[in-house]
Design a protein around this ligand. Sequence first.
Ligand code: AMP
Ligand code: ZN
Length: 119
Amino acid sequence: MGSDCLFCRIVAGEIPATVVRETDTTLAFRDIDPKAPVHVLVIPKEHYADVATLAQGDPALAADVLATSAAVAEDEGLLGDGFRLMFNIGAYGGQEVFHVHAHLLGGAPLGPMLARDLT
Ligand code: AMP
Ligand code: ZN
């Protein structure tokens, strides 16, 4: 993927980001437009379009993304009060960047899971 993908370019150091944790396989950095007091994106360094593709293609790497997310939550002091971890997938999911990323949100009560009931 590389140069066409925003998050691959962050991994490559071509676009700056506020990195809060890095492992051999993952990177965690602050969202540029935060929606909560803590809003961190956690990605695998290797390009996968979304979490479904990642989980089917490399389950161990998907586990690395979760483990890094938990470590960042601990670093940010979120484990006591709780937090939200979510993946947007595709058009209905509202995904805008097609390099899989976990949104780690916390630091305040986050309200309902969805803005409105769609049933
Ligand atoms: P999604 O809609 O799930 O694809 O989320 C994409 C997220 O990437 C949004 O929350 C954006 O604010 C965030 N974002 C876009 N560009 C950057 C960037 N250069 N650095 C950090 N976060 C970004
Ligand atoms: Zn990418």
